[in-house]
Design a protein around this ligand. Sequence first.
Ligand code: G3I
Length: 315
Amino acid sequence: DAPLRDLAAAKGKVVGTAVSGGKLNGTYADIASGQFSSVTPDNAMKWGSVEPSRGSYNWAEADQIVAFAQAHNQQVRGHTLVWHSQNPNWLTNGSWTAAQLRTVLQDHITTEVTRYKGKLAAWDVVNEAFNEDGTYRSTIWYDNLGSDYIAQALTTARAADPSAKLYINDYNVEGVNAKSTALYNLVKSLKDRGVPIDGVGLQAHLILGQVPTDIQKNIQRFADLGVDVAITELDIRMQLPYTDAKGAQQKADYKNVASACAAVTRCVSLTVWGFTDSDSWVPDVFSGYGAATPYNESFAPKPAYYGIAEAFGGS
Ligand code: G3I
């Protein structure tokens, strides 16, 4: 069978996976490079990873992943510049004036985006800015800088690397709901104001049997605003144990999501948040749940894998 990356390419799409630098050898590396045309560092580019103490940078894992991608003719999605989570303690515990914080944020974005200038296809510039009801999430950024931190972050990122596509990324925004509508209204207003925004990332951390029925409609409404859409962190978790019946449902669910992307020209990429069940965040966070990815723990493709393949025209 043709690898996913070839199937996706034939449809004009990119198919990606989150990766961990420390695992990029052996079978894990073979699948990551053979099947996928894009990689997203799962943690390596987060602020707490790259600048654990102020002014002291650690780029080793991020550099490693970028080099791996270049060696295998893959894109890289940078993840993520502005978030409320996985920030270094010096930032979280610091006491800052708004002016100081604005400068710290600008410096961070400029430093990191400049380091990978010309090498990344896209950046998740702002991650998880909204609450479920569509209000802005209370974070160090929103609480101190107001909602304009988003426009400032995008503008700073554009100046540092004009060639990277700039995204806002969030979860529970796959269907039409209060949160995705708030995101839609934000993107619309950014476009109206001339703020640089190229795309919307739908994380898509989904639950078995619960793919929103209006996912394609939702992707289309963002596309109609004049931005790209990316499925950025797809996984579909189930209550363990895995059974053949759940595997069949999971295949249908993966196929649904990938088909929705395949059907919309401006849905440019689909990335899974780890390709193997041995490398998934799900069991650590949702007790009793797992088996959320397209490959099992022994690196064998599951029905879910074939759900993606079929959506991209394979078998
Ligand atoms: O590196 C430390 C290690 O030194 C320590 O011994 C170990 C003990 O718990 O923790 C390790 O850090 C963990 C880190 O992953 C690296 O493995 C953190 O505890 C753990 O919280 C962290 O989880 C990451 C999570 O983001 C944090 O929110 C997941 O790997 C990562 O997949 C996940 O990714 C997020 C996206 O960035 C945003 N969208 C949701 C998605 C899933 O939560």
